[in-house]
Design a binder for this molecule. Structure first.
Ligand code: KE4
Length: 429
């Protein structure tokens, strides 16, 4: 049995000073039971906890560590940037280099503004869409998570789902009532909502590939219908690519599906592990932002040189290494291990594996999984046994059935081999 006494002591201390002992709810293991471990260091595909246990990491700090942990290009860039000053609050060339790269890699983005988290990005994008259209209502989809924005914590995914409080306390009912929440992949519900109140809808925001209720995919025609309806009604279409941006393809999910949103939100990968978010899109909309336009949005540390240096180093390395091809190869190898273990244990009717590139998820239910209602069928107890079984054998998967796993360029074929053996053992529990 893996010893985690030092983590237990650290958690006891943490709970004295930090709500729930964590700075973000999903870290608390409430979705799987038990107590979280504390990490002491990480490098490549591995993390070491404070008890010295070495673990293969398939979370990668929830997406940012696409090169693996402590990648040399990022660490060097951060060290060199820090020596020149950690933050200025004054425009600096790195912000322009980052903005130019984002606009070049994501053609739908004509102008972009940096912020400090995915939440700030989606919050700002929704306010901008409301300011641009002069409308108040927005549409989101059940199970999609866009950060802890008041208007978007309505039947959200991720930690909000895991903790069974999709409609968070503290959100004024009149504000929540301005958010229409529809089932993902339900084109009829979408058409009916637009038919009923299309002229009042400022924006539709979605994860084009939902990954916060487990990982599932838009069905053929869904994104196309969404694009048509938004265009017809003058509604701003916002793709929340905080998770998929620069991961599922260089141009994100919008490149994979060939759909052009009006605004896109980004985060995670673009910060190389430092606090960064961004939102951008049509110049006609972005130019409504202060100081040119009437929609106010600001941030002390937005575009700070350390985060820009880290993000640029990561993105340039990703392109230099043609990371997306290698991530696809690694993902296919991992998928093969999952599927052969599912077959070996005769679980084809009770497990559903989804993957796109380096993002993957194992649902503990039969397929198809097309939306939150399907994902919610997951056998949580069986998932918890699998999660802890894997962790006790040195592999860290997401501590919730409503999250997605991530591979990095630091994962090796040997890691995948070792993980395959662990999956086989954990699925038998
Ligand atoms: P942050 O504010 O956590 O940087 O980003 C919010 C966000 C926005 N949009 C999408 C699609 C996201 O996945 C996220 C954050 N993802 C979660 C993982 N499911 C972050 C982990 C956490 O909450 O601790």
């Amino acid at each position: 049995m893996t010893s985690r006494s030092a983590s237990a002591a650290a958690f006891a201390q943490a709970k004295r000073f930090i709500p729930g002992g964590v700075n973000s709810p999903v870290r608390a293991f409430r979705g799987v039971g038990g107590e979280p471990f504390f990490v002491s260091r990480a490098a490549g595909s591995r993390i070491w906890d404070v008890d010295g246990n070495e673990i293969i990491d398939y979370i990668g700090t929830w997406g940012p560590a696409i090169l693996g942990h402590a990648p040399e290009p990022v660490v060097t860039a951060v060290r060199e940037a820090a020596a020149r000053g950690v933050s200025f609050g004054i425009p600096n060339p790195l912000e322009v280099e980052m903005a130019r790269l984002i606009c070049q890699w994501v053609p739908s983005i004509e102008k972009v503004r940096m912020v400090n988290s995915g939440t700030e990005a989606t919050m700002s994008a929704v306010r901008l869409a409301r300011g641009f259209t002069g409308r108040d209502k927005i549409i989101k989809f059940e199970g999609c998570y866009h950060g802890h924005v008041d208007s978007l914590l309505v039947r959200a995914g991720s930690g909000a789902l895991t903790h069974g409080e999709p409609d968070s306390a503290g959100i004024p009912r009149p504000l929540a009532d301005l958010t229409l929440c529809l089932p993902f992949n339900d084109r009829e519900a979408l058409r009916a909502a637009f038919q009923r109140e299309g002229a009042q809808i400022a924006a539709v925001i979605l994860e084009p590939i939902p990954a916060n209720a487990g990982l599932y995919f838009p069905e053929p025609g869904f994104l196309e219908t969404l694009r048509e309806l938004c265009t017809a009604h003058g509604t701003v279409l916002i793709f929340d690519e905080v998770m998929t941006g620069f991961r599922v393809a260089r141009g994100g999910a919008q490149e994979v599906y060939g759909i052009t949103p009006d605004l896109t939100t980004l985060g995670k990968v673009i910060g190389g592990g430092l606090p960064v978010g961004a939102f951008g899109g049509r110049a006609e909309i972005m130019d409504r932002l202060s100081p040119d336009g009437p929609v106010y949005q600001a941030g002390t540390l937005s575009g700070n040189p350390l985060a820009m240096a880290a993000g640029l180093a990561q993105l340039h390395a990703l392109e230099r290494l043609d990371g997306w091809s290698r991530l696809e190869r690694l993902g296919a190898a991992l998928e093969d291990r999952f599927r052969s273990a599912i077959r070996r244990h005769g679980l084809e009717e009770r497990r559903t594996f989804h993957r796109i590139g380096s993002m993957f998820c194992l649902f503990f239910s039969r397929g198809p999984v097309r939306n939150l209602a399907d994902a919610a069928q997951s056998d949580r107890e069986a998932f918890a046994r699998y999660f802890h079984g894997a962790l006790d054998r040195g592999v860290y998967f997401a501590p919730s059935p409503f999250e997605t796993g991530f591979l990095s360029l630091a994962h090796t074929e040997e890691d995948i081999e070792e993980t395959g053996r662990v999956i086989d053992a954990a699925l038998a529990l």
